[in-house]
Design a protein around this ligand. Structure first.
Ligand code: HEM
Length: 134
């Protein structure tokens, strides 16, 4: 994809507002999915929403607030405490793709994002279906 000088993927998809809407829609899906919801330790999903939003903004070329507040992402390490099975991966992805459909993204950008989420989610699988660590 051709990116104008000074432009980032982040700004091309609409910047902060887009990521707020995307991650909010994603967590609405998580809230309605008891099995996936059970993995999240906090009663209030608000802080998790902010962390994921900051991470994605940074990943896609926006402000690096995530790193400033949380340090290097090391996502696999940060997911070690949660049994991420293939089923959880698929649930996570289903909610993220549904959230993307609710946010108006240029198709070429949407494709790249889906591809990233697919690969990232697979990389985080750390347990088999019985919950045994891989
Ligand atoms: C594969 C399915 C996944 C499951 C089941 C899962 C589950 C979780 C859970 C339970 C948390 C803890 C909530 C919190 O306190 O923040 C978390 C945190 C987080 N997840 Fe995931 N996640 C998945 C995939 C992903 C993917 C694909 C990404 C990024 C593209 C991601 C990014 C994050 C981030 C940034 C945090 C916050 C880390 C921190 O700063 O503490 N997760 N995830």
């Amino acid at each position: 994809m051709f990116v104008q000088p000074g432009e980032t993927f982040y700004s091309q998809v609409g910047g902060h507002e887009t990521f707020v809407a995307l991650v909010h829609a994603f967590y609405e899906g998580v809230r309605e999915d008891p099995e996936l919801r059970a993995l999240y330790p906090e009663e209030d999903l608000g802080p998790a929403e902010v962390r994921l939003r900051m991470f994605l903004e940074q990943y896609f070329g926006g402000p690096s607030t995530y790193n400033e507040l949380r340090g290097h992402p090391r996502l696999r390490m940060r997911h070690v405490g949660f049994a991420v099975t293939l089923d959880m991966r698929d649930r996570w992805l289903r909610h993220m793709y549904a959230a993307m459909d609710q946010v108006d993204l240029p198709e070429a950008h949407a494709e790249q994002m889906r591809d990233y989420f697919f690969r990232a989610a697979h990389m985080l699988v750390n347990s088999d279906d019985e919950g045994n660590r891989l």
